[in-house]
Design a protein around this ligand. Structure first.
Ligand code: OFO
Length: 165
């Protein structure tokens, strides 16, 4: 059985992962109608991955004697000024999610809940990858600046990157 505190933290994390999925989905739609098909593909796939993160937590909650809740969500932002704004928002978002995962792990350590701690380690590695990826994309976008043909190639590469991973 999970403690009430850990259960609440995990349910809150379910909501954060669900919300991440919605945020990326809205970004994907924006990219799709603004001439960035590669970025759209990347973001649609990322949205699916976030849903998978949510489902993994739900399964864990159900297996540990709780019943996972499907959270109500606010509609995500749907307009962006460009890809830089999108990826900076992703970076900020992921930093928040990482903090929340660290917070769960701190609580697990305090309560000697090694099983949940062990389960959450997967999320720790995942967050590191996501933050690194967002950072490297922002670096590339900074180099590209306003150069339209480089932006076109970058978008295509991002779509190809997603197809390969
Ligand atoms: Fe679930 O990793 Fe991003 O939010």
């Amino acid at each position: 059985m999970l403690s009430k505190n850990i259960e609440k933290l995990l349910q809150d994390q379910v909501k954060k992962e669900a919300s991440s999925s919605q945020v990326y989905l809205a970004m994907a739609n924006w990219a799709d109608v603004n001439g960035y098909p590669g970025s759209a593909q990347f973001l649609y796939t990322h949205s699916d991955e976030e849903r998978m993160h949510m489902l993994k937590l739900m399964k864990f909650l159900n297996e540990r004697g709780c019943q996972a809740e499907v959270p109500a969500l606010n509609a995500p932002k749907k307009e962006y000024s460009g890809l830089m704004e999108v990826f900076k928002a992703i970076m900020d978002h992921e930093i928040t999610v990482t903090a929340s995962i660290n917070n769960i792990i701190t609580a697990c350590l305090k309560e000697n809940d090694h099983l949940t701690n062990n389960f959450m380690q997967w999320y720790v590695s995942e967050q590191m990858e996501e933050e690194n990826l967002a950072r490297s994309i922002i670096d590339k976008l900074e180099m590209i600046g306003a150069d339209k043909s480089s932006l076109y190639l970058f978008d295509r590469e991002l779509g190809e990157f997603q197809a390969e991973h």
